[in-house]
Design a protein around this ligand. Structure first.
Ligand code: PMT
Length: 221
C-alpha cells in the first residue's frame, strides 16, 4: 500500500537531548541521540510535508530539505517550539527534555575542594504541557520514556498534556529507547486504546506515527 501523503502539511518535530550548563566547561544532559526524532522528520519530509526540526545537540547528519533549528537548553527549545507551534498542523515531541537545570550557572569553572559539592536545581518549563494548552485543531503527539509502570505513566502524561496520542517506550528494555536503531513502543490514544508493537527500526515506528497523524488530521479537517 502507498504511504499516506502529507503534502501541504506543516510538521514540527523536536529531537535529541537538551544540555543544561553548570559552568563554562560542564553540563547536564541525557542519552538521547536524536535518532527517533530525526527518523520522524525525514519520513514526514519524504511524504511531502514542510518539516521544521528543533534539535538539541546530536551527532547526526543534517537531513536535506528540512529546516533545522539548533537549540541547547530546554528553555531554548521551549521558545522555539512555542513560536513555531501556531503554524504547524502536526507536532511530534520526540526530544528528551531536561526537567531540571542547575539553578545558578557559575561564571567561572568550579574548582574542586576536599568536601562534597551540592547543587540546587530549578524546574524547566514543560514544553509539551504548554503546547497542549495552546492546541487548537492540531495533532499533538508526545513520547514517554519510562523505566516502570509504562502504560499508566504514559496515559497520565497524555491526559495531562492534552495529546492526541503518546508513544510509550520502556527505556530499560534492550534495543529500545535511547541510542539504538530500534525501539519497542506502545501507542496509547486519547480514548485509552493501547497498541503494542514488537521491536522495530525507528524508521518503521516513524511510519506508524505518521500514518496515525494523517488519519487524525483528516478527522479534524
Ligand atoms: O533520541 P534517541 O536516542 O533516538 O532516543 C529516543 C527517545 C528515547 C529519546 C524517545 O523515543 C523518547 O522517548 N523521547 C521522550 C523522552 C522524554 O523526555 O520523555 P518524558 O517521559 O520525560 O517526557 C514526556 C514528553 O514530554 C516527551 O514528549 C517530552 O518531549 C516532553 N517534555 C518533557 C519534559 C519537558 N520539560 N518538556 C517536554 O516537552
Amino acid at each position: 500500500a502507498s504511504k499516506k501523503p502529507l503534502r501541504g502539511k506543516k510538521v514540527l518535530v523536536t529531537a535529541g537531548p537538551t544540555q543544561e550548563p553548570i559552568d563554562p566547561v560542564r553540563y547536564i544532559t541525557n542519552h538521547s541521540s536524536g535518532k527517533m526524532g530525526y527518523a520522524i522528520a525525514i519520513e514526514a519530509k519524504n511524504r511531502g510535508a514542510d518539516v521544521t526540526l528543533i534539535s538539541g545537540p546530536t551527532n547526526l547528519e543534517r537531513p536535506n530539505g528540512i529546516k533545522v533549528i539548533d537549540v541547547i537548553t530546554a528553555r531554548d527549545m521551549y521558545d522555539q517550539a512555542v513560536s513555531h507551534f501556531g503554524e504547524a498542523d502536526i507536532i511530534i515531541k520526540a526530544a528528551a527534555v531536561a526537567d531540571y537545570r542547575p539553578k545558578e550557572v557559575a561564571d567561572n569553572k568550579i574548582k574542586k575542594s576536599d568536601s562534597n559539592l551540592s547543587m540546587e536545581f530549578a524546574r524547566n518549563p514543560d514544553i509539551l504541557l504548554e503546547l497542549g494548552k495552546m492546541k487548537k485543531n492540531q495533532v499533538l503527539i508526545g513520547f514517554a520514556a519510562e523505566t516502570r509502570d509504562l502504560l499508566d505513566n504514559a496515559k497520565g502524561k497524555m491526559n495531562r498534556k492534552n495529546l492526541d496520542f503518546i508513544v510509550a517506550n520502556n527505556i530499560a528494555e534492550k534495543d529500545a529507547g535511547f541510542k539504538s536503531d530500534t525501539n519497542i513502543v506502545s501507542i496509547i490514544d486519547s480514548l485509552g486504546n493501547v497498541e503494542k508493537y514488537d521491536k522495530m527500526k525507528k524508521e518503521e515506528i516513524a511510519d506508524i506515527i505518521l500514518d496515525k497523524a494523517y488519519d487524525l488530521i483528516k478527522l479534524k479537517e
